[in-house]
Design a protein around this ligand. Structure first.
Ligand SMILES: [Zn+2]
Length: 108
């Protein structure tokens, strides 16, 4: 099975900016294989399996499309459909219930 190594960055400046934009107290965002956190620490984030699966799904999306291509496609989707309805978010929400999502995933 392929192994995916993810990193976690707590108190991320980028996630903080996104949180202000989204008007959200807690926020996680993924860039490549790094999960950036704001308003939640590593321990609490990892304890929330559905949330972890959601963000790992984004890590997988970055892997399957490639970093810049995925970023570009995500922004296009975001502009067209907003946050909630963009297809990458729809897929990540479905992943929250997917018991296979964390298979082969290692969190550094
Ligand atoms: Zn998401």
């Amino acid at each position: 099975m392929e192994k995916i190594i993810c990193r976690i960055k707590e108190r991320s400046w980028l996630a903080g900016r996104a949180a202000r934009k989204m008007d959200s107290a807690r926020l996680a965002m993924v860039l490549g294989r790094t999960i950036h956190l704001h308003g939640v620490n590593r321990q609490a984030f990892l304890a929330d399996v559905a949330w972890l699966r959601h963000e790992v799904c984004h890590v997988r999306q970055f892997r399957s499309y490639g970093f810049w291509r995925f970023l570009w496609l995500y922004l296009l989707e975001y502009r067209r459909r907003g946050y909630y309805n963009n297809r990458f978010e729809v897929e990540a929400r479905l992943a929250e219930k997917d018991e296979e999502m964390l298979a082969g995933v290692e969190i550094e």
